[in-house]
Design a protein around this ligand. Structure first.
Ligand SMILES: [Zn+2]
Length: 417
């Protein structure tokens, strides 16, 4: 999948839409109500303006009204092979022929330099949700020996990773950190007694600080990956570690400006709107999980031409500050580079009679900085360089910053006065 879409991408999309409009009662009704006929969708522009989006809440509400699958189902029940569930709960049936992102994950695993025959330790949940099993299948198909570690039981997990000689870790970065602590408690050296050399990090933000810690603890090269429960893998890092390549081959991905709804340009921020291509038991058309990504401009050093993206965060908390769309997680990525800082809050004011907005970062300190003036200056410089906004920086005790401003929700992180 390319962004903006190529004629081939669009042709595959139209084929799928014709199948969905025929098979799924939900979309048949939605298209009829919107006056959409697939035959009329000649260009991407027409598709963009005519076909309604499917929000996560639409899916959940329709499933509650018509349990278990809602009116989305596009195949007879006899064709369903697996039943996955994502938080909500949202029910995700899958046909045996649906590969559920496995081919894409196999490619991602190969591009991390994982060799067939290596022992891969998968620590995502295998219970109820699709993530663990999906990764397990992909590593198996790549030719790895796969440990179905699952979550929790960290002492046992350290023991089996050590005894089986696991060299590949797959799971959240925080659980990997937990395995490092547990190994030390058990009197082991995480670097020598565990032999992880490659890590597939997913389902959580891999901050620069956490990546650095884990590299120091294990000597592991981590690759950040992102996916979504309903639509599967979306993007992952290559060995250049400069953003994540969009690797979703069976998804038609749109990235739309959260304000205008227009296609986002390189360098800009766009909300992901995804349509599953091909036959799916529960097809999703223009599904919007409310995730925003920055589209990284330019070519990647690795030579892979696939669009690179960086996850920005949930669309609801993105705000326009001095004309720039900002997600608090971007600011968080800057403040976490300074060990003296904790929570923060941005106050945006538009003083009467003034032409421009003024933005103040109230940076909460967890200990007294040695040189407050130098700290303020370097925070402001780094914000300017990465978030592209000039902000005044005030240092305040962390207790002066409301807890609701903190991660992961950042509900009060940006306040407009
Ligand atoms: Zn690359």
């Amino acid at each position: 999948m390319h962004w903006p879409p190529t004629p081939d991408d669009f042709a595959r999309l139209r084929e799928t839409l014709a199948w969905v409009a025929d098979g799924s009662p939900y979309y048949r009704r939605l298209f009829a109500a919107a006056g959409v006929r697939v035959a009329d969708l000649r260009t991407y522009d027409v598709f963009l303006t005519r076909v309604p989006r499917t929000e996560k809440t639409d899916l959940a509400e329709n499933q509650r009204a018509h349990p278990p699958f809602g009116e989305f189902l596009a195949v007879p029940r006899e064709e369903i092979a697996s039943l996955h569930t994502s938080p909500g709960p949202i029910y995700i049936p899958r046909m045996a022929e649906e590969r559920g992102g496995t081919p894409v994950l196999k490619e991602a695993i190969a591009s991390m330099g994982v060799r067939p025959g290596e022992v891969a330790h998968v620590t995502l949940s295998y219970h109820v949700m699709p993530g663990g099993l999906r990764l397990h299948r992909a590593f198996e198909e790549h030719g790895c020996l796969v440990i179905n570690g699952g979550t929790g039981a960290s002492r046992l997990q350290v023991q089996i990773a050590r005894d089986y000689g696991a060299t590949v870790y797959a799971g959240t970065p925080s659980f990997l950190a937990n395995l490092g602590d547990t190994a030390r408690e058990m009197g082991l050296d995480p670097r020598r007694d565990l032999r992880y050399r490659v890590g597939f990090s997913t389902a959580e933000a891999l901050t620069p600080a956490l990546r650095g810690d884990l590299q120091a603890t294990f000597g592991v090269e981590l690759f950040d990956h992102i996916g979504e429960a309903q639509i599967g893998p979306v993007a992952g890092e290559c060995r250049a570690h400069d953003g994540m390549h969009l690797h979703a081959r069976d998804l038609f991905c749109e990235f739309l400006d959260p304000g205008s709804g227009e296609p986002a340009e390189p360098g800009g921020v766009g909300e992901l709107v995804a349509t599953q291509l091909g036959r799916h038991a529960l097809p999703l058309v223009r599904y919007a999980p409310r995730d925003a990504y920055r589209l990284l401009p330019g070519a990647c050093a690795c030579g892979n031409p696939a669009q690179r993206v960086a996850f920005v965060g949930q669309v609801g908390v993105i705000q326009k500050v001095k004309g720039v769309l900002v997600h608090p997680a971007q600011i968080h990525a800057v403040t976490t580079q300074f060990p003296e800082l904790g929570r923060f809050q941005v106050i945006v004011e538009h003083p009467a009679g003034q032409r421009y907005e003024r933005a103040v970062l109230r940076a909460g300190t967890t200990r007294t900085p040695a040189d407050p003036e130098a700290l303020r200056r370097s925070i402001a410089e780094r914000l300017k360089a990465t978030v592209l906004i000039q902000m005044d920086v005030e240092l305040v005790p962390e207790s002066d910053v409301p807890e609701a401003a903190g991660p992961p929700r950042f509900a009060e992180a940006v306040v407009k006065r």
